[in-house]
Design a protein around this ligand. Sequence first.
Ligand SMILES: Cc1cc2nc3c(=O)[nH]c(=O)nc-3n(C[C@H](O)[C@H](O)[C@H](O)COP(=O)(O)O)c2cc1C
Length: 343
Amino acid sequence: MALYKLLRPFAFALDAETAHRATVTALSMSPLLPLPDFGPELEQEVAGLRFPSPVGLAAGFDKDGEVADAMLGLGFGFVEVGTITPKPQAGNPKPRLFRLKEDRAVINRMGFNSGGQEAALERLRKRERRGIVGVNIGANKDSADRIADYAEGVKLLSPVADYLTVNISSPNTPGLRQLQDEGALRALLSAIGEAREPNGPPVFLKVAPDLGEGEPDQIVRVAIQYRVDAIIVANTTVSRPELKSKHRDEAGGLSGAPLKPLALKALRDFREASGGQIPLIGVGGIANSDDAWERIRAGASLVQLYTAMAYEGPGIAARIASGLADRLKREGFSNIAEAVGTG
Ligand SMILES: Cc1cc2nc3c(=O)[nH]c(=O)nc-3n(C[C@H](O)[C@H](O)[C@H](O)COP(=O)(O)O)c2cc1C
């Protein structure tokens, strides 16, 4: 942590994407730290997997699966790599990643820059497979059949994924979020159902925080029907709550502190719609153990974060985990699973 504070001014002097690339490269060259012991109170089974801590790294930091093990060693209970598209693609022109420092936020319009699934498969095959690594899959921008892209991702990457996330909520691939509409979602999940092997990894669905009334109910109904194993709520928002930074009008998805109320509201809507019938993963603006606790009480079995780590360093994951363990003890719970949805 002290080291991160020392390095942060240098990282913040670089443009956001250069700093991010330098961080990933440095992590990929560092020796792996052993996996932390989070204690039995934080361990729980979700979607058939044993999570040692409910605090995960959200998709988008490690898009190509280069540093998942390093991030597990730094204190995340699970790491989601991706979004990975079938074919390599460059994403949108730069600049496409903006720090909104005054708002503790980020706007990105990366547009699924990806080394492609073949390269990711090779890299992930070489892992020792310690800790839980989920693989988030998407569709190529120029794809003639986006549903086929997801089915291909399921087939190809199942062998190296502890879980797969079907990301239909990125705002930076035009039209992608329409896959959340009922008819399209049925067609997508049906194709994914056919692509899944009986002993393959669980499949999670990642949704946007900007849904209309009734949409959470619809999505939950279809997700349960097609045996989705968990729903991740939520991706970045295309809405613009009041922001101070000069970058506030940049196009793209907003993440970090200003997303927090929207993501919490979306999680509550999904909890109400599902009544606990399908596990939920809360993400969006989580920056401390109070935020994580609030999400768990609202119905999230697990949480993820990304933007707060850019401001506070990777030590944030272990700090939140230890804050959650204290909280459990204080409130008389013996395990995190008992607290889910009690708020
Ligand atoms: C730079 C950046 C890139 C992202 N890329 C992806 C992505 O490729 N796939 C995805 O599902 N989510 C992506 N996200 C969204 C995050 O996974 C997360 O849902 C969102 O940022 C809200 O969490 P946060 O406020 O803790 O950052 C990205 C977010 C950021 C900031």
